[in-house]
Ligand binder design. Sequence first.
Ligand code: ATR
Length: 489
Amino acid sequence: MLAAVITKLKDIQKAEGADLIELRLDYIKNLNNKKLKSMIKHSKKPVIATCRKNGEGGFFNGSEAKRIEILKNAANIGADCVDIECSSDKKSIKSIIKNKKNAHIIVSYHNCKETPINIKNIYNNIKKLNPDLIKIVTNANSVTDNFGIFDLIKTANNEKRKIIAFCMGSYGEFSRILGIIFGSRITYASVKEGKESAPGQLTIDELNNIYRIKKINKNTKITGLIGNPVEHSWSHIMHNAAFDKLDINAVYFKFKVDKLKEFIDYFRGLNTLGFSVTIPHKIEVMEFLDRIDNKAKEIGAVNTIVAEHGKLAGYNTDCDGAVKALNQKARLKNKNVVVLGAGGSSRALAYGLMENNANVTVLNRTIKKAKSIADDFGCSYGSLKNLKKADYDILVNTTSVGMYPNANSSPIPAALIKKNSIVFDIVFNPYKTKLLRDAEKRGCAVIPGIEMLVNGNAMQFSLWTGKKMPEQLAKNKVMNYLKNASHQN
Ligand code: ATR
């Protein structure tokens, strides 16, 4: 179920898309019994009454006795759920449970700093109090912190205990949805961007309209983007819209991954379609897979993982996605192309361009990496400084320079962009990078990274589902998303 977190009374009307509302009483100014009664009585949705204490992500300033009294009153007045922290005095917790009337009591644990290794003991201690729901929320400092929380959800399911569990923070964002697939009962959402009550909290709109939270269930197949950072990505908008359109029971997450091997080891046993892979994991991921497709092997980078009969296979859709995007503006045969950067994406580009008989020069900050691509594919190479002397028809940026949030950076000074050339930036957020804005001023034809992203995602979608992605719909969804000023990075 989806609970809207209400920190201001006037926001209640924005909780239309939620199943429940969590009244954060610790945020409400001049709270008294009359006000509490009116809030609970007038709510059109079931209410969770929470009065979070300092130190557990809350703002309540009064005495502990006053806080307990507020929670007791909430149960008396008719709140559907009352949330009390397990760190509260045990007598108070027991007395709230004893006098709960029709309310369901949530006994909760919040750790805003970390996911402690003794989390199972905390769960066992809450269990002894026998509440209706156990809530455990910790901060993830690594993707692996989520795994301990998922294991707790599984334990609770096996013990027929109702649990709400997820991780906060950017490493834990996906757990707010994936936890529901595993059996966590409630996920919490803000009424709109900027109104989050905890780090990593998504909005009601994102949960309903991008992740389709109400449609997911224990059979929903898992897929998503493995990278770091992933905040800037739009692939979740495209893939989830396509799953929705074709009525496929799958969901696409953004997985911020710091420990790649541990992530792959954990997820290979789950109900997954596969994954997309981005910066900085495209090369390293190859050593953790069971099979690599020939083309990806030749390129030396994987951006797509497909779950095939319990095994994980690596593919590369960057190469064909980029060539298709370039072909919209230029024929590649005998063209002089400079590729900036020498990571996994550069490998895919250089391979595809050489395959199409272009003359390729890879220029990179670290020359050694450019040389390695040149040695593998037979192209030229140099340092970024060589751009001054380079004569080219097409310039391609594969470095991450200019990517959100550094939208005003460019890998090269505007003066080095050759007038009237073709400039392609694989960075897709912002829609037009500084490099492309500079290039347009110099009369160049530009190709935004979204073109390659859509092509590559469509190929991934087919590999996972055997179906054709509704590309125009996926692209339109991203464009609509961008129209919202707050996403115009
Ligand atoms: P991907 O797999 O998506 O290609 P990557 O392997 O991390 O990502 O490669 C990123 C590329 O961007 C690298 O070539 C990197 O240069 P180095 O090889 O010298 O590290 C390049 N890059 C990143 N930040 C850069 C910067 N500030 N200036 C120039 N090049 C940069």
